[in-house]
Design a protein around this ligand. Structure first.
Ligand SMILES: Cc1cc2nc3c(=O)[nH]c(=O)nc-3n(C[C@H](O)[C@H](O)[C@H](O)COP(=O)(O)OP(=O)(O)OC[C@H]3O[C@@H](n4cnc5c(N)ncnc54)[C@H](O)[C@@H]3O)c2cc1C
Ligand code: FES
Ligand code: FES
Length: 1361
């Protein structure tokens, strides 16, 4: 009785209406008048622009990266329970969080209140580099911990959590990180897991390998789940009120609580543009939806009919507003019903957890029904014979259809509602048969670039069937079946009805399957224009074969799996090992200390350019780019010739002030235009810069700009290197950069016993995918000066460019860069026009102007790596020793020079890792009408490595000998190394590659594992393994580098270097070097203590001139060396002071007392100096080797990297933790290049892979399952900075080991297929494996018709018997 009363009271309290939006962010109350809120405002817009909480980063705006993830907590007053889950704030609408509490990373902990254990562990596990992804990662981890502990009655009390290691691995599976390679992030998260094996955790600052588990747990920063309160008490009281607003028609956002209320709203609003919203996640895909100006938004999630979850004997009914995450939970509850559990497993691969948490079933079905979204959900629901309930709001009529019917109907009108869906219980379909011989089968399938999701499927499928043993009990008969396919380039999930009809009543046999496959291939045909149509059709065949193949000899029913599918399951968790030597000689240099600012990055307090609060009257810009490759620009105007409200103007080259030049980059060679003038020379070229009141407005209104083009009288554009050759369209390469021949090619060829002549290979591009896109803020200052904050790797060049564009002396410009959210070469040249455009607009408008370039514009305008075509002839002996290599390269540089003239020498540098006997080398840098290409991490070198390996592989195939032997026989001896690399080769003792090669043999168990791979391949039909080891050689050189070290009166130290902290740990190494060098004064304060006193500050081009560029892997060591020289100067000045002090006091002198004495004596406590390396003596080679083992699924083309072992020579590493991060991160970025990332253009040269939907960088589920790294300490190196070597770029080349291993696996597949072929010669074993070796590429090489070949062979075999 009492209980009922309480409930009634609660319900009564909830009836009070409200007029405002109330929510909490990090415990702080926000109360917004609903009538003042634009309902299209996203949560990230609000957080970043209207609150101090900037940890929420914008990486994509599409739900595809996780940088914006926050924790959303909802309180249920009836159950007195809080639900906590992650959401992507870039897709969540602000109005939809009414009554909710939001927690961001800085809300979990921060520098003032104390960091959270997650922040501390991320720092201690060295799991952050540029730090831009880290706050999102932190929140994803936090949510995993919180929910694991909530679901447990007995959470552990030792500072860990109830999370399992497997769950920890999945916790960040939807978040992208371009820097770390994920392994340390997973380790940081796993360190909380209750079942973690401490030995499995990677290198960290808390404990050493071999320590006792309990001791280690004590050292890890403690996580106390009981302190976690995500929902403030004050908000609970507010939630008791009715969440629907007072007379909702007054507002643009409403949230009706009943269908009749909804009807009222829709009827009154006849003629008004209305949008029904649930999770709003579909705007991540349909971005144009964000730009549409709806007059009203109606949130349908409070409609009770749409939240139904009902299970009874008829089946499971789920309301349309049930989220995908909730649906997974519900379906899992019935574990006994395998169909539901399998559907849940499939649904876990839809998007990412933070999208599934708000994305609803109804939203998914509706975008599939109305817009032909390539949905997974609809395919599996069609196979489950789901039905849907539709309500026509205008007529108040409810209808029920099968989902299949519904999908085929015309798009549901805007004001109708999908109410719910019903998954009927699964019963025998035919004749009510329920004998024990009858089985119900249900399976779902999905092939996608990423196994765990966050990638749309190439094709998905779900099949259900009722089968039984036939009367003679020697076969399986299909009583009924339903075969649904989707996402393959079809309008909707499609049932292969002809195949279904054919199969019903048939006893499954190879012949029947062959017939069914024939019918299927006619039925599953992707629409015209779909990418990889052949691959998609072959996947359909694959899945059908997998489903029925086990039944050919009634195998499944007898518990055996005839066709060898037993191994087609995913394997073990991630593991790793690191062998690292920390040295004491120059302590703290040589120690793996935690990265400077790591905790600030994790909490999100680290300030990036876009986090700087906008100055008063700030304006915002968006780039307008060409979509034509070569055309006259007739006019730039707005649609309907009306300037949209909030737009202040469009800046073009005509706005360049008097005395200024139209210059967007002033780099190493010639400069390039800021804006196209009369003619645009490529699609993606920047034409103008639209300036508006807000970034959102600028990004939206830029789509209303129309460019009128005209091509009359113009030559056709040059869109390929072949056309460039035809028209002799080349950039000049200065002679010293041309690359050089080695030896006598004619002689080398004449010594050859075999030759391959005129072989051709090609390489595509790669996009940087820094998480922080290009951004700058320009603030006009007095006397025609301009202060610019730029996210750049080259402040000095940005500075020069701006001065040139504005026509002012360079001392009128000041460029400041604190840190960069990832650069990878993309923020050298390509950052300049961004800063220059802001500065120009700021000059014109005399107001601050900033821009944060959208991911799409960034991808279209920045270009990426140089694509190239290679023709080679190679001569070699019968043992594989190459005697001569003749290479011709055609590089596509795009429309402007950029750094392209540097490419030939870069390519040659890495290519010469093998002794080619003699080398002739001709490179043409082609000028084409495509977007200008630039430096991307390891520019040229990665291509050089690939070319070298492709040739070695070809030679091995030609001779049919082991490719590892061919590699070995062609590795340099020191003499040939000298011949090829000249002075760069250094002393013979520095040539460690042969040592690494041998060491890897042992480290990776290479020979033994090759045998295991062979055994595996002999017994596995559908999965083949390959193992490969490759060397890498990478030449670097240092540049002139200034530095300044100043000691303040309290003994704290400020260090200025031109090197930019782009995530590579430059600041950390510099700090270590300063501490070591200042420590040489030998006072009682130790170097480690001094470390705490040192701060590296932002780069400022007026404070430190001649800063050049951060790039080429040597900026950290060069900046460190500059600082060391400065510190030496300080020590020299301080020594007499110290000596006098010691004499006076007789005792040890502390650093602080020494400094205060120096201040009293007016010693100059600031030293600036320059590291001016002797060019020839500071060039050196870096060495590394890697062995990778992969497993290729022949049926789908999917590659799993089972294991990678790397040994990398870091000299005497300045900081092995930082270098380890560089090695792993670079390797994984290389993995992206070799395996995943397609950066494609359309026929006009416009980049079309321009989003997270189409461009797939590696995620945690695509890295090596086992990832072992040894950092070799190769001792003393003359001419190196404290004997250290570079680590930023060279390890990227080692990812070619994965590509080579895939080639080996595909070869094994082809050998097997050869045995199934009549024509044994028909299979090419000397194929070239393209880059990237994506699933379609691999599958194509394994044979799109491999299933048919196999069945055909089996049938023939049987007939022969
Ligand atoms: C990064 C990302 C990756 C994804 N990957 C996949 C994937 O691999 N496979 C897959 O299947 N899906 C994928 N999705 C799609 C995702 O499942 C949908 O975005 C989500 O389910 C949509 O639900 P929502 O509530 O957010 O819909 P909303 O965005 O709110 O609505 C979508 C549309 O449907 C309308 N609508 C919503 N509910 C109803 C209703 N009940 N009645 C009538 N109209 C309605 C809305 O008006 C709107 O037009 C992905 C999405 C993202 C963002
Ligand atoms: S910014 Fe929201 S997911 Fe990328
Ligand atoms: S640290 Fe993850 S993106 Fe840079």
């Amino acid at each position: 009785m009492g209980e009922k009363k309480v409930t009634e009271e609660k319900e009564e309290a909830m009836k009070i209406k409200k007029t405002s939006l109330v929510f909490a962010v990090n415990g702080e109350r926000f109360d917004l008048d609903l009538s003042s809120v634009d309902p299209s405002t996203t949560l990230i817009d609000f957080l970043r622009n209207k609150t101090p909480f900037k940890s929420v980063k914008l990486g994509c705006g599409e739900g595809g990266c996780g940088a914006c993830v926050v924790l959303l907590s909802k309180y249920d007053p009836l159950l007195d329970k809080v639900d906590d889950y992650t959401v992507s704030s870039c897709l969540t609408l602000l109005c939809s969080i009414d009554g909710c509490s939001i927690t961001t990373s800085e809300g979990l902990g921060n520098s003032r209140a104390g960091f959270h254990a997650i922040h501390e562990r991320i720092a201690g596990f060295h799991a952050t580099q540029c730090g831009f992804c880290t706050p999102g990662m932190t929140v994803s981890m936090y949510s995993a911990l919180l929910n694991a502990d909530k679901s447990s009655h007995d959470p552990p009390s030792n500072g860990s959590s109830n999370l399992t290691a497997a769950e920890a691995e999945k916790a960040v599976s939807g978040n992208l990180c371009r820097c770390t390679g994920y392994r340390p992030l997973v380790d940081a998260c796993k360190s909380f897991a209750k079942d973690v094996d401490i030995e499995d955790l990677g290198f960290n600052s808390f404990c050493k390998k071999g320590e006792n588990r309990d001791d280690v747990l004590k050292k890890l920063p403690c996580y106390d789940h009981t302190l976690s309160s995500t929902f403030p008490e004050f908000l609970k009281k507010e939630v008791k009120m009715d969440m629907s607003v007072d007379d909702s028609r007054k507002y643009r956002w409403s949230s009706p609580g009943s269908i009749s209320e909804l009807q009222g709203l829709l009827q009154v609003d006849n003629g008004v543009s209305v949008k029904l919203v649930a999770g709003n996640t579909s705007t991540g895909y349909y971005k144009e939806e964000k730009e549409k100006k709806y007059e009203r938004f109606i949130d349908i999630r409070r409609l009770p009919e749409l939240s139904v979850v009902r299970r009874d004997e008829k089946g499971v009914e789920l309301g349309a507003a049930v989220t995908i995450s909730k649906a997974i939970e519900v379906l899992r509850e019935k574990e006994s019903v395998s169909m539901l559990a399998k559907m849940a497993t499939h649904m876990e691969k839809i998007a990412t957890r933070f999208v599934r948490n708000t994305g609803t079933l109804g939203g998914n079905i509706m975008i599939a029904q109305r817009k032909q979204f390539p949905s997974d959900l609809t395919t599996i629901l069609v196979a489950a014979r789901a039905t849907v309930k539709i309500m026509r709001i205008s007529s108040n009529v409810q209808e029920q259809f099968t989902l299949e019917e519904f999908l085929q109907q015309p798009p549901l009108e805007a004001k109708s509602l999908l109410v719910s869906l019903m998954i009927p219980s699964w019963r025998p379909l035919k004749n009510g048969s329920s004998s024990s011989d009858t089985h119900l089968l249900f399976e779902t399938y999905r092939a996608a670039p990423r196994p765990l999701g966050n990638a749309l499927a190439f094709l998905n499928a779900a099949f259900s069937a009722e089968v039984s043993l036939n009367e003679s009990r020697d076969g399986v008969v299909v009583n009924d079946c339903l075969l649904a396919f989707g996402a393959y380039g079809t309008k909707h999930a499609h049932r292969a009805r002809k195949v279904e009809d054919y199969l019903v009543g048939k006893v499954i046999s190879d012949e029947v399957l062959m017939e069914a496959i024939g019918l299927l291939k006619d039925e599953i045909v992707p629409d015209k224009g779909t990418l990889n149509p052949g691959y998609k059709s072959s996947l359909a065949v694959t899945f059908l074969f997998e489903f029925f193949g086990s039944l050919t000899t009634n195998g499944l029913l007898n518990g055996c799996k005839e066709n060898g599918f037993e191994s087609l399951k995913r394997e073990a968790m991630l593991s790793s090992a690191q062998q690292i030597v920390e040295t004491q000689e120059h302590s703290p240099v040589g120690k793996g200390i935690v990265k400077a600012g790591a905790k600030l990055q994790a909490s999100g307090e680290a300030v990036y350019v876009d986090d700087i609060p906008s100055p008063k009257d700030c304006l915002y810009g968006a780039f307008i780019y060409s979509t034509m490759p070569l055309a006259r620009i007739k006019s730039i105007r707005f649609k309907e010739n009306r300037v949209p409200e909030g737009v202040l103007g469009i800046i073009t080259y005509k706005d360049i002030p008097k005395g200024g030049q139209n210059v967007g980059t002033k780099g190493f060679f010639t400069s390039a235009l800021l804006f196209a003038e009369e003619i645009t020379h490529c699609a993606g070229e920047v034409i103008a810069f639209l300036v508006a009141d807000s970034q959102k407005l600028a990004d939206i209104e830029v789509n209303l700009v129309v460019i009128d083009y005209d091509t009359e009288g113009l030559e056709p554009p040059i869109l390929s290197v072949e056309e460039a050759v035809e028209k002799s369209s080349f950039f000049e390469i200065p002679p010293f950069l041309k690359g050089k021949p080695v030896g006598d090619i004619t002689k080398g060829m004449s010594e050859a016993e075999h030759k391959i002549l005129g072989s051709k290979i090609s390489l595509g591009s790669q996009y940087f995918f820094y998480m922080e896109t290009q951004t700058a803020l320009a603030v006009p200052d007095e006397d025609n000066c301009m202060l610019v904050y730029s996210s750049t790797q080259a402040p000095e060049y940005v500075h020069r460019t701006i001065a040139g564009a504005l026509g002012v002396p360079e001392n009128n410009v000041r460029v400041i860069t604190r840190r960069v959210g990832g650069g990878f070469g993309g923020k050298v040249m390509k950052s300049m026009p961004v800063a220059a455009a802001c500065a120009l607009a700021a000059t014109k408008m005399q107001r601050p102007v900033r821009t944060y370039v959208t991911r799409k514009t960034d991808m279209i305008t920045t270009g990426g790596r140089h694509p190239m075509k290679i023709t080679y002839s190679v001569g070699f002996k019968s043992n594989g020793k190459v005697t001569a290599l003749d290479l011709e390269l055609l590089l596509d540089a795009g429309m402007s020079e950029d750094i392209s003239p540097l490419m030939p020498s870069g390519i040659q540098g890495a290519l010469m890792k093998y002794d080619w006997g003699a080398l002739s080398y001709d490179v043409k840098v082609c000028k084409t009408n495509t977007v200008s290409r630039t430096a991307v991490r390891a520019p040229g070198d990665v291509q050089g490595t690939y070319i070298a390996e492709a040739i070695i592989e070809k030679v091995a195939s030609y001779l049919s000998i082991d490719v590892d032997e061919v590699r070995k026989v062609n590795l340099h001896a020191y003499e040939s190394l000298k011949l090829f690399y000249d002075k760069k080769a250094g002393e013979s003792t520095e040539y460690t590659l042969p040592q690494l090669w041998e060491k890897l043999e042992e480290f990776s168990g290479f020979s033994q594992r090759r045998k295991v791979v062979d055994m595996f391949n002999a017994s596995s039909k559908w999965r083949k393994r390959g193992i490969s080891r490759v060397p890498a050689v990478y030449g670097v050189s240092s540049r002139l580098t200034p530095g300044r070290v100043s000691v303040l009166s309290d003994g704290s130290v400020v260090v200025e270097v031109p090197g930019i902290e782009i995530g590579q740990g430059l600041w950390t190494k510099v700090k270590q070097m300063a501490a070591f060098s200042l420590g040489l004064i030998q006072c009682s304060t130790t170097s480690d203590e001094l470390l705490e006193k040192i701060r590296v500050i932002q780069a400022d081009t007026l404070s430190l001139v001649q800063g050049s560029v951060t790039g080429g892997s040597t900026s950290s060591e060069a900046s460190s060396e500059a600082v060391r020289i400065c510190c030496d100067g300080l020590v020299e000045r301080l020594l007499p002071v110290k000596t006098a002090l010691v004499e006076k006091t007789g005792g040890p002198v502390t650093w602080d007392s020494l400094i205060s004495q120096a201040y009293m004596q007016s010693v100059n406590m600031s030293v600036s100096n320059t590291y001016s390396p002797d060019f020839y003596n500071t060039q050196y080679l870096n060495y590394g080797v890697a062995a990778s083992e992969v497993e290729v699924n022949i049926l789908t083309g999917e590659t799993t990297i089972l294991r990678t072992d790397i040994i990398y020579d870091c000299g005497k590493s300045l900081n092995p933790a930082v270098d380890l991060g560089q090695i792993e991160g670079a390797f994984v970025q290389g993995l992206g290049f070799f395996m995943l990332e397609e950066y494609l253009m359309n026929s006009d040269g416009l980049i079309v892979t321009d989003s997270t939907w189409t461009y797939k960088i590696p995620t945690v589920d695509t890295i090596p399952r086992q990832f072992n790294v040894e950092i070799l300490n190769s001792g003393h190196h003359k001419n190196r900075v404290l004997s250290s070597k570079a680590s930023g770029e060279p390890p990227l080349l080692l990812a070619s080991s994965v590509h080579c291993a895939v080639r080996a696996a595909v070869k094994e597949a082809n050998k097997q297929i050869q045995t199934w072929s009549d024509n044994q010669q028909g299979v090419d074993l000397s194929f070239d494996l393209p880059v990237p070796a994506t699933m379609p590429v691999v599958k194509e090489l394994c044979g799109l018709d491999v299933v048919e070949k196999y069945l055909d062979w089996k049938i023939k075999q049987r007939k022969n018997i």
